[in-house]
Design a protein. Structure first.
Length: 289
């Protein structure tokens, strides 16, 4: 007897949506029942056609018309669009994993709060910088209850920042800062995104700088190791490259994220990490079903 897979639809046919589509093809629990955009002539649509996936250029209207065939939607559009989509999906009773920095629904980091997020119908994957840095911010908070300040600096290849990413930069900064503050309890947070034009393109590198009153690096190393391994379980290219160490009055942790190279190049780890996190959560929803 064939086991029914969890039926997912991808809303947004850009790079993120297309990479999600390819990752879903490897899943034994998920089935992409619709790949939805606004133009049938996009590269993403061509790839979906090649894979034999149902296509639509009717955007959210397709989901409204086919709600009984969909269990969950990945929203890979923009923060502005998701604010329109979220109430529609809620009314339809369809779960949603939001890959935009729209800040609707609880913030989700699979390595930190996946079980709690399963209780909600619309979860927010925050941002690529958030997915990379927040597990380390949580590690810092497990050892220190007096975090004065955390700064997150993510450097990504300029080529990996598409139109939607550039359009959402302000939302990215606010959402990342809010996520780091929420999960760590830090009094102040700051997020910086650097678009690196280097050739050849470089992997995503995220640096976490934290100011605490009584740093305990030995205890922190144990917590960092635990959380790095948890993230690596769904983001294989997540790698600790420096620290944790205490330097110039601050805790320093540096990470590199290399993509899987599915649809996007390996240097696009910033896109890969949020997609891998989203897939990990969809898998958890599927297990619950």
């Amino acid at each position: 007897m064939k086991t029914q897979k969890y039926r997912v639809a991808i809303l947004g046919s850009g790079n993120i949506g297309t990479d999600l589509l390819i990752k879903i093809q490897r899943s034994s629990n998920l089935e992409c029942v619709a790949f939805i955009g606004r133009s049938r002539v996009s590269r993403g649509m061509s790839k979906a056609l090649e894979l034999g996936v149902t296509l639509s250029d009717k955007s959210i209207d397709y989901i409204v018309d086919n709600a009984n065939k969909i269990d969950l939607v990945f929203d890979a559009t923009s923060a502005k669009d998701h604010k329109i989509h979220a109430p529609i999906l809620k009314d339809l009773g369809i779960k949603c994993i939001d890959l935009t920095p729209a800040k609707i629904g609880p913030m989700c980091i699979p390595s930190v709060n996946s079980n709690k997020c399963l209780e909600d119908v619309n979860i927010n994957m925050i941002s690529c910088g958030g997915q990379a840095s927040i597990p380390m911010a949580v590690a810092i908070s497990k050892v220190h209850n007096d975090i004065e300040y955390i700064e997150v600096v993510s450097s990504i290849a300029s080529k990996s920042a598409g139109p939607a990413t550039r359009l959402n930069l302000d939302e990215y900064i606010k959402t990342t800062e809010g996520g780091v503050k929420y999960f760590s309890g830090a009094k102040k947070t700051k997020a910086i995104l650097v678009l690196n034009p280097a050739t050849p393109s470089v992997n995503m590198v995220t640096t976490i700088l934290a100011k605490v009153k009584n740093p305990n690096i030995e205890a922190l190393k144990k917590e960092v190791d635990i959380l790095v391994k948890k993230v690596q379980s769904y983001v294989p290219g997540y790698e600790l490259i420096l620290g944790p160490l205490f330097e110039n009055g601050r805790i320093v942790i540096m990470l590199k994220v290399r993509g899987l190279g599915d649809y996007l190049p390996e240097y696009a780890g910033n896109l890969d990490i949020i997609n891998c996190a989203a897939i990990a959560m969809a898998e958890e929803y599927a297990k619950e079903l």
